[in-house]
Design a protein around this ligand. Structure first.
Ligand SMILES: CCCCCCCCCCCCC/C=C/[C@@H](O)[C@H](CO)NC(=O)CCCCCCCCCCCCCCC
Ligand SMILES: Nc1ncnc2c1ncn2[C@@H]1O[C@H](COP(=O)(O)OP(=O)(O)OP(=O)(O)O)[C@@H](O)[C@H]1O
Ligand SMILES: [Ca+2]
Length: 587
């Protein structure tokens, strides 16, 4: 195959002559000039070629073709530094080549297109795109049509575009409508839109596999369709943590070339019922309170989090809780090992083999009880009880512009584990120090009141008496809660089985239980500190306090490749054949 695809000839770019070579994996061109003594070569991996067109072609600001019959144009991924973000920006590179004859031109275009098909098997041909017209600065439509659609067209991708008219439309579409022929789904929006893709695709996949999502012990079926995220929200944490930059063109190029990044997902259950899925944060205490408070100030836009964060910090709260966790195998990795999960991470690659040892035979999908979450090398459930400033569980680093290394800088995107961060009650300055360290490279876990554990599952409950106490507080303040306010949990009938999914618009519809759990919504400045907080699940308030979380390794796949480290990318371009994508030591 390799030798079949090899092509070598002289080509011209402008007035300069080049020696161009296409091997199976790379397309290189080197200027044939005595002055080019160190033989500087431009080398593009075939997997990063976006498209090949006959003639001299431009696509921006609009497509134009000058049909010179000895010319062809190659479009490819070009990297540039992102100035501050952790990853690299991708741009569309373009080179117009001239051949000595039309026959040779046709040979080049044919060989390049065959190489693309052979070496990029996951490139999408047909995509289902959902645009949230109200996400972020309400620029979703413009971003898609001006920056993304031209790239899809260039790459020969046909897309079916749906501009949403209501919340959960995209999720419902993925759950119920015909998805035949699509290779992937794309959301143009923020974390909330991504969450709709997540719930729609996971739900649909389990429904088709006949699996019950409510049972935390069931091994869920990984989703066959890839998810692409075009960031256009006010919070784009999932995009930032999986690509390293928030940039629609970079994300569109990852989609076009069919990059594939598996992602761990956490299922959150209450009383044998699935409540939600999460990829970035399941947080109680501080992060729950910030979210609850911020719902009242939506008009402030993204600033509402800083305002609410300050208000909640000043209210100086801590909460009693019992946290039980199932540790992951400590021999595989540690949340304090100072590594970072980067593109091609070896910890995640090894996890793929561990998580799917017999990918071919789909043996036993069920395990009968929670103890079977763990293998022999992993420990037993550990239980701790006390007062916490916050309890956070994250499946990945959860890096974002506000915190460039994230909640857990050494967490992995696809290792089948999550990091549980316990911040015990402490004095206000200590807690401020903890928060502040998220904004720099200082280790937020190197504090005496902070613990971090790599886990596979977590249970949370409040010591007996606390929930009743909280209920008394609310009833005392509000004069009681009306019965008709019940009905927060939506019942969805799927393939004959009744499943409960918590409705998304939590700030607007709440049960008694949630009101009980959320005294914040009754005013921040209560005379007495509340006994219970709420859970923040990827930006949604959960209607329950007692939950069980389980991490499902590599349940979904994104059109991404993890964060590319600047120095590693340089190394790759110089020594591509030897380049091993890996986790490198952080700092
Ligand atoms: C002194 C500076 C401290 C800065 C502390 C920065 C910590 C930043 C940690 C960011 C963690 C993001 C986790 C991702 C969650 C997403 O799945 C979710 C959906 O988009 N976003 C949120 O829930 C939105 C949650 C947003 C939480 C923001 C918290 C901001 C706290 C500001 C505290 C200021 C204290 C000042 C005291 C004088
Ligand atoms: N047409 C629509 N009308 C109203 N809400 C919608 C619509 N389409 C999607 N949504 C909902 O809007 C929510 C927020 O959208 P998204 O995440 O794209 O933007 P965002 O600006 O980052 O969000 P947030 O306001 O939560 O920060 C999503 O949870 C989604 O369910
Ligand atoms: Ca993980």
């Amino acid at each position: 195959m390799e030798t079949d695809l090899r092509l070598e000839s002289s080509l011209w770019v402008g007035s300069k002559r080049y020696r161009a070579v296409l091997t199976g994996w790379h397309f290189n061109w080197t200027e044939v000039d005595k002055k080019n003594r160190d033989k500087k070569t431009i080398s593009v991996p075939v997997a990063e070629v976006v498209g090949v067109e006959e003639g001299r072609v431009e696509i921006l600001p609009q497509k134009s073709v000058e049909d010179k019959d000895k010319d062809f144009t190659v479009f490819y991924v070009k990297r540039s530094s992102s100035g501050g973000s952790s990853g690299l920006l991708w741009r569309l590179g373009r080179t117009q080549f001239s051949c000595p004859s039309r026959v040779l031109r046709d040979q080049w275009t044919k060989h390049l297109r065959t190489a693309l098909k052979t070496h990029s098997p996951l490139r999408p041909h047909r995509l289902l795109v959902f645009i949230n017209p109200f996400g972020g600065k309400k620029k979703g439509r413009k971003i898609y049509h001006s920056l993304v659609a031209p790239l899809f067209e260039l790459a020969g991708i046909s897309s079916h575009v749906i501009v949403t008219e209501r919340a959960n439309q995209a999720r419902d579409h993925l759950l119920k409508k015909d998805l035949t022929g699509f290779d992937g789904v794309v959301c143009v929006g923020g974390d909330g839109m991504f969450s709709e893709m997540l719930h729609g695709l996971i739900g649909r996949t389990q429904q088709e596999a006949g699996l019950c999502e409510n049972d935390p012990a069931v091994t869920l079926q990984p989703c066959p369709l890839h998810i692409g995220i075009i960031p256009a929200g006010s919070t784009d944490c999932v995009c930032y943590a999986t690509v390293g930059v928030i940039d629609p063109v970079t994300s569109a190029l990852h989609i076009v070339i069919g990059d594939s990044q598996p992602l761990d997902v956490c299922s959150v259950h209450h009383a044998s019922t699935l409540v939600r899925y999460s990829v970035s944060l399941v947080g109680y205490g501080f992060y729950g309170d910030v979210l609850a408070e911020s719902e009242k100030h939506r008009w402030m836009g993204p600033l509402r989090y800083d305002y609410s964060g300050t208000m909640v910090y000043l209210s100086n709260r801590s909460y009693a809780g019992i946290v039980q966790y199932l540790p992951a195998d400590p021999l595989l990795s540690s949340p304090r090992d100072k590594t970072r999960c980067l593109s091609g991470c070896s910890v995640c690659s090894r996890s793929t083999e561990r998580l799917f040892p017999h990918a071919a035979d789909s043996g036993s999908l069920y395990s009968s009880n929670l103890s079977q979450f763990s293998s022999d090398s992993e420990g037993e459930w550990v239980s701790v009880e006390g007062r916490f400033r916050c309890v956070s569980l994250t499946c990945m680093s959860s890096s974002c512009p506000r915190s460039p290394l994230g909640l857990s800088p050494s967490a992995h995107l696809a290792d089948g584990t999550g990091d549980l961060i316990l911040v015990w009650d402490t004095h206000p300055l200590g807690f401020l120090k903890f928060l502040y360290r998220h904004t720099s490279t200082q280790d937020q876990f190197d504090l005496p009141f902070v613990e971090v554990h790599r886990v596979k599952a977590v249970r949370f409950s409040v010591p007996s008496g606390k929930e009743e106490e909280a209920y008394e507080e609310i009833v005392g303040q509000s004069g009681g809660i009306e019965e008709e306010e019940r009905g927060y949990v939506e019942t969805v009938s799927r393939s004959g089985s009744q499943q409960h999914l918590a409705e998304r618009d939590t700030g607007r519809q709440m049960t008694n239980e949630q009101k009980t759990a959320n005294p914040f919504l009754c005013g921040l400045c209560c005379s007495k500190s509340p006994s219970v907080s709420v859970w923040n699940c990827d930006g949604e308030i959960l209607p329950f306090t007692e939950i069980l979380c389980r991490i499902h390794g590599q349940l979904v796949r994104l059109y991404a490749r993890g964060i590319e480290d600047g120095t590693a990318a340089q190394h790759c371009s110089e020594e591509r054949d030897k380049c091993e994508r890996r986790c490198i030591l952080h700092k």
